[in-house]
Design a protein around this ligand. Structure first.
Ligand SMILES: [Fe+2]
Ligand SMILES: [Zn+2]
Ligand SMILES: [Zn+2]
Length: 402
C-alpha cells in the first residue's frame, strides 16, 4: 500500500474509483479518466505531441474491474479491455479534480488576485529594478516574475537606444511584430495621424485590441524626456482590479460586458502601410470556472456597436460604469519617465495612459516593442526549471486560468 493511500473502493456501477488518502482527503476518479490518463510506457510518452491513446477503442460504458496498489502505483483493470492502467499514487493525488482541489489550484495560479489583495489599501507604486540586475539568469527570472506578479515593472538605466531595447526584448523571447513594425517610436509629430504623436492626454487603454490576440508584454522605453516638459506622466491601472470592483459593485454591468461584444477596429488605407484590422470580441472573458481570464479595453479603438437591439442600452450603461471605475485616482500607478527608464507591462492585464503635456521647446521620445504573453510565461517556467525554483504556473490574462 502506498504511503499516501489509506483505502480505496470501486464505486457502485463500477464507473469510478474512490480513494481515501492518509490526510483524510477523498478523490474520485472516473473509469475513462483512469484509462485515458494511464502513465504506462505504452500509453504515455514524455515526448510532447505523441498521442498514444485511442479513445474510440474504449468500451462506451467503461467499467473498472479491479484496483490494486503496489509500490505506490495504482493498477487498474477494466471490463472488456485487457489493458492495465498504471498511475503513480502521488501523481494521482496531485491530479485530484474534486471541487476543493480545483479551487485550490485556481487560487494558487491566480497571482493577479493575490497581488491585488496583498496590496489593497497600499500606495500604488510601480516596482523598479536596475538594468544591471536583469542581466543574469537569476535576475531575468526575477524580472519576468515581477511583471507576471505585479503586471508592471520599471527597469532603470537602460541605454536609451532602439538597439538596446531590441536586444533586451529578444533576450526573453522573439519580438512580436504588429502593423506598426517590430519597434515603433512615440514622438511629438504633427503629421502622423495618431494621438500618441500629439501632446494630448491619452486615455487608459490596452494596445491594439483590434487584433484577435492583442500584444502581450509591452516595453515602453524612454529615449528622450527633456526636463522643460511639463506633464506627460505615464499612468497604469490594473484592469483586473477594475473588473473585480465592477463584478462586486455592479454585477449586472459585469455580466453585460461578459455577454455583449464590442468591435475594435483600425482601418486606414491612407497610410503607407495600409491597414484593415477589425475584430468583434468581449470586454470581459470568463473561463469554464467563471474566472476572468481575459479583458479587452481600448475605448478609442471601438467601432460601431453591432449587437441585437435589446442589448444596446445595457451595453452603454456598463460602458459608463466601467469608465467611472477606471477613472478613480486611487487605482492609478503614476510615473514620470526619465531617459533610460523602460516600463515593462503586461498589456493583457494592465492599461496605460499618458497625461497631456506642454513641450515648452523640449523633446519626448519613447520606443515600444512587444513579446507575446505566452512566450513570457514560457520563459518564466523554463527558467524556473533551470534554476530549480518551485513555482506554480501563473495566470497571466491570456485566456487561461491554469
Ligand atoms: Fe498605447
Ligand atoms: Zn497504459
Ligand atoms: Zn481533491
Amino acid at each position: 500500500m502506498a504511503t499516501t493511500v489509506d483505502s480505496f473502493q470501486i464505486g457502485l456501477g463500477q464507473n469510478l474509483c474512490e480513494v481515501l488518502w492518509k490526510d483524510g482527503h477523498v478523490s474520485r476518479f472516473h473509469a475513462k479518466w483512469l484509462r485515458f490518463n494511464c502513465r504506462c510506457v505504452k500509453c504515455y510518452s514524455e515526448v510532447a505531441a505523441t498521442y498514444l491513446i485511442d479513445v474510440p477503442s474504449f468500451p462506451l460504458d467503461m467499467k473498472i474491474a479491479t484496483v490494486k496498489v503496489e509500490d505506490s502505483m495504482f493498477k487498474v483493470s477494466f471490463a472488456g479491455d485487457d489493458h492495465v492502467s498504471i498511475l503513480p499514487a502521488d501523481w494521482l493525488r496531485s491530479k485530484c479534480y474534486c471541487d476543493v482541489c480545483l479551487e485550490l489550484k485556481l487560487q494558487k495560479a491566480d497571482v493577479i488576485t493575490q497581488y491585488i489583495e496583498n496590496n489593497a489599501g497600499k500606495k500604488k507604486e510601480i516596482p523598479q529594478m536596475e538594468y544591471e540586475d536583469i542581466l543574469t539568469k537569476e535576475g531575468m527570472f526575477n524580472w519576468i516574475g515581477q511583471v507576471i506578479t505585479s503586471g508592471v515593472c520599471i527597469v532603470r538605466n537602460v541605454e536609451p537606444t532602439p538597439e538596446k531595447l531590441e536586444e533586451i526584448a529578444e533576450r526573453v523571447a522573439n519580438i512580436e511584430e504588429t502593423t506598426y513594425g517590430k519597434l515603433s517610436v512615440v514622438k511629438i509629430s504633427s503629421t502622423e495621424g495618431n494621438a500618441a504623436y500629439s501632446t494630448v492626454k491619452l486615455p487608459f487603454h490596452q494596445d491594439q485590441t483590434m487584433y484577435e490576440k492583442p500584444p502581450g508584454i509591452e516595453f515602453l522605453h524612454c529615449m528622450k524626456f527633456d526636463e522643460c516638459i511639463t506633464g506627460g506622466e505615464t499612468k497604469i491601472v490594473d484592469l483586473y482590479e477594475v473588473i473585480n470592483i465592477l463584478r462586486n459593485d455592479s454585477p449586472a454591468d459585469f455580466q453585460t460586458l461578459v455577454e455583449v461584444p464590442v468591435v475594435y477596429s483600425t482601418i486606414d488605407y491612407k497610410r503607407a502601410n495600409k491597414v484593415y484590422l477589425h475584430h468583434q470580441k468581449h470586454v470581459v472573458v470568463l473561463d469554464y470556472f467563471g474566472k476572468v481570464v481575459a479583458i479587452n479595453w481600448h475605448p478609442a479603438l471601438l467601432s460601431t456597436l453591432q449587437v441585437r437591439e435589446k442589448d444596446v442600452e445595457r451595453y452603454y450603461k456598463a460602458h459608463v460604469k466601467l469608465l467611472e471605475i477606471i477613472r478613480r485616482d486611487e487605482l492609478h500607478f503614476f510615473h514620470r519617465m526619465r531617459p533610460g527608464d523602460m516600463v515593462v507591462f503586461n498589456n493583457r492585464r494592465v492599461m496605460h495612459s499618458r497625461n497631456k503635456f506642454e513641450a515648452n521647446g523640449g523633446d519626448r521620445q519613447l520606443q515600444t516593442t512587444y513579446v507575446s504573453a505566452d512566450n513570457w510565461k514560457n520563459r518564466y517556467m523554463t527558467l524556473a526549471h533551470e534554476l530549480n525554483r518551485n513555482v506554480v504556473a501563473p495566470k497571466i490574462g491570456n485566456g487561461s486560468s491554469i
